[in-house]
Design a protein around this ligand. Structure first.
Ligand code: BDR
Ligand code: CA
Length: 317
C-alpha cells in the first residue's frame, strides 16, 4: 500500500520532537518535509531545534523550511515555561550540520500542494500561521489538501487561559482561516492529549529500547515532565503532538465526533477558544472531527514501536 504523504508543520518543542521522531521513520508515512513556525519559541529556535532532531536521528535528508516568525494579527506568545529558553531544553546535541532550506515554508506549502494529486495530509502541531498564510496567499491549495490533522484546541479547558489551548491562542486568526477552509479537519485537542500522560514508568519503559531515539525521548521527557509538574501539577507530561501522527498510523486509536467548531476571535477572555458544538445546539454543519477519546495503552505501544525502529547505527550523534 502507498505510504501516506504528510507535511508536518511544527514548532519544536519537546512533544513536537517526538511527533517528528515518529513520522520520520514510519514505513506507513512519507514525510515530505517539515515546515517550521514560531510558537513554543522564536522561529530561529524552533528551526534550529527541528534540524537538531533530524540530525540526531540520522534523518538529515528530510528538508526543513522555516516560515512565519509572528502570528497573523496578535502579538507573539511563546511557551518558555514548558519548553525552556531554547524551546528544546534538556538534550545536549552535537554541533549542527543541518540547516533549513532557503525557501520560505509558506512558498513550499503552496508549491508542493499545488503540484500534488491531492494526496497530502498536512499535520500541524504548532500555531497554524504557515498554513493559514498559505491558504490566504493561494486559495487554490485548499482543494489539494487531503486532510488537516492538528494538535490544538479543546472542547473543555484551555492550558494557557481557562478557555484556550496554546497552539490556537498563539494565532487564533490563522486557526480561523484553516477551520473555514472547507477541508476535512481532525482536531486533536487537550481533551484527549491530557489522557496520555508520560509517567516515570513510561519513561523507564521507553529507555529500554536503548538506541538513539530512546535516549532522545528520555532526555526530552526529563525536562518536559518536570516543567509540566511545576506549571500544572501533573505527575507526567501530556504528550500532545505525537497523537496526530499516532492516529494516522492507527486510525482507530482516537475516537472522534463531527462538530461545528468556531474559533473565538473576540479578544475577550475566551480569545482563541475552539467553540465545539458537541451537542449540535447551533444546528450548523460539522466543520471538524473532534477527538473525544483515546486508547492510551495503544498510544504508548505506537510510541515504543516508533522508537524501536531506529537502529543504533542510524544515529549521526
Ligand atoms: C501544544 O502547545 C505546545 O506547547 C505543545 O508543543 C503542543 O503543540 C499543547 O497545547
Ligand atoms: Ca507543538
Amino acid at each position: 500500500m502507498a505510504r501516506q504523504k504528510i507535511i508536518c508543520d511544527c514548532d519544536p518543542g519537546h512533544d513536537d520532537a517526538i511527533a517528528i521522531l515518529l513520522a520520520a521513520n514510519s514505513p506507513d508515512l512519507e514525510l515530505l518535509g517539515l515546515t517550521i513556525v514560531a510558537g513554543n519559541q522564536t522561529l530561529e529556535n524552533t528551526g534550529r531545534n527541528a534540524c537538531h532532531v533530524l540530525q540526531w536521528l540520522g534523518r538529515e535528508q528530510i528538508p526543513v523550511y522555516t516560515g512565519c516568525g509572528r502570528p497573523m494579527v496578535r502579538d507573539r506568545v511563546t511557551a518558555g515555561d514548558i519548553h525552556g529558553k531554547t524551546g528544546l531544553d534538556g538534550p545536549v546535541f552535537p554541533p549542527l550540520r543541518k540547516a533549513p532550506e532557503g525557501e520560505h515554508a509558506v512558498s513550499y506549502l503552496i508549491r508542493t500542494l499545488l503540484a500534488s494529486e491531492g494526496d497530502i495530509t498536512v499535520v500541524t502541531s504548532g500555531p497554524m500561521t504557515n498554513l493559514g498564510m498559505a491558504l490566504r496567499m493561494e486559495p487554490r491549495i485548499a482543494e489539494k489538501i487531503q486532510r488537516i490533522v492538528l494538535m490544538g484546541g479543546s472542547y473543555t479547558n484551555g492550558n494557557v487561559t481557562p478557555a484556550a489551548e496554546f497552539n490556537i491562542l498563539a494565532d487564533p486568526e490563522a486557526a480561523h482561516v484553516c477551520f473555514t477552509s472547507g477541508r476535512p479537519i481532525t482536531m486533536i485537542g487537550l481533551d484527549v492529549t491530557r489522557k496520555v500522560l508520560c509517567y516515570p514508568e513510561i519513561v523507564e519503559r521507553m529507555a529500554k529500547a536503548g538506541n538513539c531515539a530512546s535516549r532522545l525521548f528520555v532526555d526530552l521527557m526529563k525536562h518536559f515532565c518536570k516543567a509540566q509538574k511545576e506549571v500544572f501539577g501533573w505527575e507526567g507530561g501530556p504528550l500532545h503532538d505525537p497523537v496526530t501522527i499516532a492516529c494516522l498510523l492507527d486510525p482507530g486509536l482516537v475516537s472522534t465526533k463531527p462538530m461545528n467548531v468556531q474559533i473565538d476571535l473576540s479578544h475577550g477572555p475566551s480569545y482563541g477558544r475552539t467553540n465545539c458544538d458537541a451537542f449540535g445546539y447551533l444546528g450548523l454543519p460539522a466543520t471538524a472531527d473532534v477527538a473525544v477519546d483515546i486508547d492510551a495503552d495503544r498510544f504508548w505501544d505506537i510510541i515504543e514501536d516508533g522508537l524501536r525502529r531506529y537502529g543504533e547505527t542510524e544515529a549521526r550523534a
